[in-house]
Design a protein around this ligand. Structure first.
Ligand code: PMP
Length: 404
């Protein structure tokens, strides 16, 4: 055999990418004896398995050749129509032509990133923010600028300074029941964000997978519903948290130009999202009242959240603080200075309980004393047991690291 020339290395963006800490933590916590508050999984016990099975049965029985065939990149016309109708009912008039069905909201985010961002473009995010959005922007070579938040989300004064100074192309927000904090941006701030986008000329990505999971308080208008920024707001939506994440269905709602560019980007990625899954989802939405289905889901999440909130004062070290979400799946904890939740995770898993350390959610300097808890996936009794285990972790580790 002659000389062997080594195959070329990976692309720079692949080398630069670090794995998801959450995925690694999830692997660690997959052991059945661990009560995991780590994953962002909706409750399996509340999925409408029968309804979803019936929808698949019907579309496979009635039009097998259509639903098992290739289809259009934009997505199933019935599903686009059904989503447009839902959005309109929720106060956001929408046309099917402005919707692209995606393989989860995650792909909507990837399409938006690849159609909008050149390397070096500035993206402003809430600090902390959704980890996989940070990964997406990093792969695109964007420069991410973190904007300060308080317990009501992004702080408008600070955001105004940042957009004036940095001239971002995009502002990425999860305004409702944010991942990871559970915070919700109040109406006045939504209005202010839309105004800033109009005055300073930037796009807004409004990522809203949790908005329909409200168990307390009043529904707020989406940022996309504000006239000032209607031509520059892209809404990312998902059926993952309201129907089933395994169907991998989401959407991008955007002005026509961006939809067209997104469709071309999607063609290169996966041609289209699964025909049969889209058809089943469209059938499900056509035959079931999803809002009525969500009533018990919201109530269960509210109860689970309340159970966790009631336990926290007895579980966490004195001086800890935490969010009080009005919906969604997550709450955010800050332990007193000197605690390092990443270092404490191993001990937690040894005690049979898990959470996600907060650090990876930060763009820029991280706060090591933070962590995210998901209350969605377990029934109250199990949450109670998990909280007892967490209390034991902090009892055996309650001293902050020396010198801090
Ligand atoms: N955005 C946010 C803020 C999320 O939390 C998630 C799911 N964890 C997604 C997008 C992606 O959701 P999916 O692809 O399942 O629709």
């Amino acid at each position: 055999m002659g000389t062997r020339v080594p195959a070329p290395g990976l692309a720079a963006r692949a080398v630069a990418a670090s794995g998801s800490v959450i995925r690694e933590a999830l692997a660690l916590t997959a052991r059945p004896e661990v009560i995991s508050f780590a994953g962002g999984l909706p409750a399996s016990d509340l999925l409408d398995v029968d309804g979803i099975r019936a929808a698949y049965d019907r579309v496979l029985r009635e039009s097998p050749h259509r639903v098992l065939q290739y289809s259009t990149t934009e997505g199933d016309p019935d599903l686009r129509e059904a989503i447009a109708t839902r959005l309109a009912r929720q106060g956001l008039p929408s046309r099917p032509e402005n919707l692209v069905i995606t393989t989860g909201a995650q792909q909507a985010l990837a399409l938006l990133t690849s159609t909008l961002l050149d390397p070096g473009d500035v993206v402003v995010v809430e600090n902390p923010t959704y980890l996989a959005a940070l990964q997406c922007f990093a792969r695109a070579g964007a420069r991410v600028v973190a904007a300060p938040t308080d317990d009501q989300g992004i702080v408008i004064e600070a955001l105004t300074d940042i957009v004036t100074r940095e001239r971002p192309k995009l502002l990425y927000l999860v305004p409702t029941f944010q991942n990871p904090t559970g915070h919700t941006l109040p109406a006045e701030r939504r209005q202010a964000v839309a105004r800033l986008a109009a005055e300073h000329g930037f796009w807004i990505a409004e990522d809203d997978p949790y908005g329909e999971l409200r168990f307390r308080g009043e529904t707020l208008p989406r940022i996309a519903a504000h006239e000032e920024a209607a031509d520059r707001t892209v809404l990312l939506g998902s059926l993952s948290k309201v129907l089933a994440p395994g169907m991998r269905l989401g959407w991008l709602r955007a002005p026509a130009d961006l939809c067209r560019a997104g469709v071309l980007a999607k063609q290169a990625l996966d041609l289209h999202s699964s025909t049969v899954d889209q058809a089943a989802a469209a059938r499900y939405l056509g035959e079931h009242d999803l809002d009525a289905r969500l009533v018990p889901v919201r109530a269960a999440y509210g109860e689970r959240c309340a159970t966790m909130l009631a336990a926290l004062p007895h579980v966490l070290p004195p001086g800890s603080t935490w969010s009080r979400p009005e919906g969604g799946m997550f709450l955010w904890v800050r332990l007193p200075d000197g605690h390092d939740t990443a270092a404490l995770l191993r001990g937690a898993v040894d005690h049979g309980v898990a959470y996600v350390p907060g650090a990876p959610f930060f763009a820029g300097p991280a706060d090591p004393a933070t962590l995210r808890l998901s209350f969605a996936a377990h029934e109250p009794k199990e949450i109670g047991r998990g909280m007892e285990r967490l209390a034991a972790v902090f009892r055996s580790n309650h001293r902050p690291t020396e010198g801090s």
